[in-house]
Design a binder for this molecule. Structure first.
Ligand code: NG1
Ligand code: ZN
Length: 550
């Protein structure tokens, strides 16, 4: 179609009116709010996905309908660019503008103006691949989205119910098919085959570890982990728990990666499922976050979070590169956010360059692209490893001179296949962790002892207006409200090894306060003091003042 079929867009748009009084925003995780308010947003996302594809000459764009670790009534949607990466940020603004047009006529106006200013050639083809998680609100939202595709004349491919990282994998595989950068077969089956084959090569000849218990958060990770389980069972036994994807309200409820990270506890549903010393892990609702843990002989819970995963993986890669004889030829770096535990940053910085960036996967991903091998993880368990085109070329053309070099090189090449380089992927990361543990003959205990986490606490503060909070230095310093940072600094310096920072959340209407110290009670107290300070200085409902939470 060379022009917009205005009548068709109008007819379909009238079926998906925007609710009055709601202002939508494409944030760090796309649009995310109550699922039953998102119908018009999904319709308009269908149109913008089609336009993005046309703008990129018919390359396939991805769309994922999910609200990740949020509770079941929430839902959301995000767009994926052709290389399987997050949507380019200028289009985030366009998506927000589209979503807020009040009426069909306003929307037609915005659409027409955008096509002109963005110089979109409407005669180009448009292709979109889409998927959803297991939320009950998903099917209706997908149907609204399909109306959007229809309105703009885009060709849709429904990838069904699958994980966020599989959708990202599909986007990259479709767009690289038949090229020298071919990423894999463009199907879920192709994804599982790629991962499981690389995994089997990497653990060949190693002892089979005790079974790994997986908390699937009652989400889409359950069917995905079940598929993977069948393919890797000769080398790794997976015991799937919290797989109730159709039980109302069960999704992410007292389980999943976010529960474990926030509560710093074992999901109660796993209490009788994990033997002392046995490894367990939690996925989140769309299987892009991963948290490991174990219970020690004394019954104490030990959490192995994104920082511990980064430490384990980065040290292993550094070692392999060295053994392969490539030391000094590939620059390896780690990217974290201010939420990374101070002890992890210290451990990593003693071994390789570490960079701190603002919260949000796109910041981590982009910073990691600056290294030949870039490892990035958020403390909450979202992360991956990127191999730059230079490092991929070097690894595939390098000629090792000893058998030891050759083995290490083969491992690195297999790791490139095992790791989902498009985005954080709980299942791929889980296999990666299992590979390192198998190579190092580590149980959770040895892994945990790489460094001791500084006790820390993350608190939410409900303030009157979170938009007054502005930060700098990768969110570690407040510049607004004026004077507040100085008061924070004064409190922090009274605590041994104290560190604290305050930033507005990008996904919730709250301000987050993080604090750590060398002693548990002090970390809790520091977080509580800073939260109280933030609250008092910026005003709010006395009923919502942060209470002691030890
Ligand atoms: P906000 O709400 O901006 O803190 C949260 C997570 C991020 C990231 C996004 C997207 C924390 C402290 N923040 O962001 O790391 O995962 O959600 O899902 O975990
Ligand atoms: Zn997620």
């Amino acid at each position: 179609m060379a022009t917009i079929d205005v009548e068709e867009v109008r007819r379909l748009s009238d079926l998906h009116p925007k609710p009055a009084l709601i202002r939508f925003q494409y944030g760090t995780a796309g649009f995310r709010t109550l699922g039953n308010t998102l119908d018009s947003v999904l319709f308009r996302v269908g149109i913008i996905a089609g336009l993005r594809s046309k703008k990129l000459d018919g390359k396939t764009i991805g769309v994922m309908v999910t609200a990740s670790h949020n509770p079941e009534p929430d839902n959301g949607v995000k767009l994926v660019d052709p290389r399987g990466e997050m949507l380019e940020s200028s289009w985030e603004t366009h998506a927000t503008t589209f979503s807020n047009a009040a009426t069909t006529e306003d929307f037609l106006f915005v659409l027409d103006a955008f096509v002109k200013t963005a110089k979109i050639d409407l005669s180009k083809p448009a292709r979109v691949v889409y998927a959803r998680d297991t939320r009950p609100s998903g099917p209706a939202l997908v149907s609204a989205f399909e109306d959007g595709l229809k309105a703009i004349g885009a060709e849709g491919r429904d990838a069904g119910v699958t994980t966020t990282p599989i959708l990202h994998y599909l986007v990259r595989s479709i767009n690289t098919k038949g090229t020298k950068d071919a990423y894999g077969e463009d199907s879920e089956q192709g994804y599982f085959a790629k991962l499981s084959e690389a995994f089997k090569k990497l653990v060949a000849g190693r002892a089979t570890p005790p079974p790994l218990v997986i908390d699937c958060a009652n989400g889409v990770g359950a069917p995905a982990a079940a598929k993977l389980s069948g393919l890797v069972k000769e080398n790794l036994l997976l015991v799937l728990e919290n797989t109730s994807t159709t039980t109302p309200g069960a999704l992410n409820n007292s389980c999943g990666a976010d529960y474990v990270k926030t509560a710093q506890k074992l999901p109660p549903s796993l209490a009788s499922k994990l033997n002392a010393g046995q490894r367990g892990c939690s996925l989140d609702g769309d299987a892009d976050r991963l948290m490991y843990f174990y219970i020690d002989e004394g019954g104490k819970f030990h959490m192995l979070d994104g920082d511990k995963i980064a430490a384990l993986v980065a040290a292993f890669i550094v070692e392999l590169v060295k053994t392969a004889g490539l030391e000094g030829q590939l620059n390896i770096g780690v990217v974290q956010t201010a939420y990374a535990n101070g002890a992890s940053t210290k451990y990593l910085a003693e071994r390789l360059p570490v960079k701190c960036v603002p919260t949000g996967v796109k910041h981590l991903h982009h910073a990691a692209e600056h290294y030949d091998i870039g490892v990035y993880f958020e403390a909450n368990g979202h992360g991956t490893v990127l191999f730059s085109p230079t490092s991929q070329d070097k690894l595939t053309t390098y000629e090792p001179s000893t058998p030891a070099q050759s083995t290490a090189l083969t491992h690195l090449i297999n790791l490139m296949q095992l790791i989902n380089q498009t985005v954080g992927d709980a299942l791929s990361d889980m296999l990666l962790v299992e590979v390192v543990l198998a190579h190092k003959s580590y149980s959770g205990v040895e892994w945990d002892s790489l460094y001791a986490d500084l006790p820390n606490r993350l608190v939410k503060v409900v303030v009157a207006d979170r938009t007054i909070f502005k930060t700098q230095d990768a969110e570690r310093q407040l510049v607004s409200p004026p004077g507040l940072q100085k008061k924070i600094d004064e409190i922090v310096q009274r605590y041994d090894g104290g560190r604290s920072f305050v930033r507005p959340s990008g996904t919730e209407d709250v301000v987050r306060v993080y604090a750590e110290s060398i002693f548990r009670p002090q970390a809790d107290e520091l977080a509580f003091r800073i939260a109280g300070l933030v609250y008092d200085e910026t005003g709010g409902d006395p009923a919502q003042r942060p209470k002691e939470f030890m």
